[in-house]
Design a protein around this ligand. Structure first.
Ligand code: NAD
Ligand code: MG
Length: 381
């Protein structure tokens, strides 16, 4: 009885966010200790009582047992595939290894793949699910704040190549996303704060109320007060759902592209600093957003008060807001060089997400190199 009562108690606190797309619909479930119930939660969508779990070694050591216990209770068979942690795993090499293991272990057309982990695991597993046997069902159980608020929702999957990040992949939607915010208790604080940057980014794009709410409650969110943390995940996913609903395949310049606010410059910083932890994706995005606000103030299209407010907020949670905050000296010409490899190039011209203020973004192909150079040099390059 106590077990049933505690399950009911937890279910009461579960938030369900439906994602409605043109020819698919799935739920994002958000709450504390959902991993314990994952077997029961996925049962309604299974057409076979067997799943493959893909997890990185860090996450497997911490959370795999909880997931497999819940599968045992729900009488679901499973096989596990482990991958090394880190961005370098999102590669052709590990993609091939995962695909070979799935095939050697006799994956079938109806056998779902569960990604248990952060964005690296989700992106690689999703791409494997999209391609093995031309597509098997896919389930996301994100365990980083970044993956809960961003990468697990929306259906972008893929790997990196030596030319750049996320250059090979597929749009492939999951059948369910289970975001257990309790799993974040084991996440290093620096990773938590980096993921938080993507929540703030959502507010900066077109939800000034969300940004204001972040200003008010950032300390509660980052100290993992579940009332606020769960609401933050829900608000960021709801924001993302709203954007992808109208632009599932990134074809419309006012749609998904806007999600890349701060990302072109952010990716440039990541590429220049390397993917070995000197800068985390979320940190690069925070700094990238700050640079875009500064650029737009420099261009006279965004009030300085808004830019100062954005910088103040990121500073208050110890995210980088200036090139000077990076320990490594950076050369403007190298950064500009990396920009040329950005995916968001149309007719040879880079697409930038610019701002007229907090919550007011638009796309532009008219940013010139001279202005970017001035921005980077003034910022400390
Ligand atoms: P990640 O998957 O590398 O996870 C970060 C680190 O935290 C890893 O070392 C991991 O082992 C560890 N970890 C994960 N969960 C943990 C937990 N609960 N407790 C302790 N440690 C844990 O990185 P990430 O920040 O989750 O994701 C970054 C990736 O996501 C990038 O490759 C980025 O390109 C991608 N991404 C994709 C999308 C998309 O739409 N598909 C969107 C944003 C980012
Ligand atoms: Mg991102």
């Amino acid at each position: 009885l106590t077990h049933i009562l505690s399950t009911l108690e937890r279910a009461k606190h579960m938030r369900t966010l439906p994602i409605q797309l043109s020819n698919t619909k799935y739920n994002v479930l958000i709450g504390s200790q959902l991993l314990q119930q994952a077997g029961a939660l996925i049962t309604p969508i299974l057409s076979q009582k067997k799943v493959f779990i893909i997890a990185d070694e860090n996450v497997a050591a911490l959370h795999l047992q909880t997931l497999t216990n819940s599968l045992n209770i729900a009488q679901i068979d499973f096989e596990t595939i482990l991958i090394p942690p880190g961005e370098n795993t999102k590669s052709f090499k590990y993609f091939e290894q995962v695909i070979n293991q799935l095939l050697e272990k006799n994956v079938e057309r109806k056998t779902p793949i569960i990604a248990l982990g952060g964005g690296v695991t989700g992106d690689l597993s999703g791409f494997a699910a999209a391609t093995v046997l031309r597509g098997v069902p896919f389930i996301q159980i994100p365990t980083t704040l970044l993956s809960q608020v961003d990468s697990s929702v929306g259906g972008k999957t893929g790997i990196n190549t030596h030319t750049g990040k996320n250059l090979v992949g597929a749009f492939y939607q999951p059948q369910i996303v289970i975001a257990d915010t309790h799993t974040l208790n084991t996440l290093p604080q620096r990773e938590l704060v980096a993921g938080y940057a993507e929540i703030v980014k959502a507010g900066l794009i077109d939800d000034s109320e969300l940004f204001e709410w972040c200003e008010q409650y950032s300390q509660k969110i980052l100290s993992k007060d579940h009332q606020y943390l769960d609401e933050a995940v829900e608000r960021a996913c709801a924001f993302k759902a709203r954007i992808i609903k109208n632009d599932e395949f990134e074809q419309n310049s006012k749609g998904r592209n806007l999600l890349n606010l701060g990302h072109s410059l952010g990716h440039t910083l990541e590429a220049e600093l390397g993917y070995d932890g000197r800068i985390l994706h979320g940190e690069a995005v925070a700094l990238g957003c700050c640079l875009i606000f500064k650029l737009c103030t420099q261009l006279g299209i965004c009030p300085k008060e808004d830019t100062d407010r954005v910088l103040r907020h990121f500073q208050s949670v110890a995210l980088p807001t200036s090139i000077k905050d990076i320990d490594t000296p950076l050369k403007a010409s190298n950064l500009l060089q990396h920009l040329q490899h950005d995916k968001k190039v149309k007719d040879g011209k880079l697409l930038f997400i610019l701002v007229n203020g907090i919550g007011k973004t638009f796309t532009s192909q008219d940013v010139n190199e001279k202005d970017l150079l001035e921005l980077l040099i003034n910022d400390g390059c």
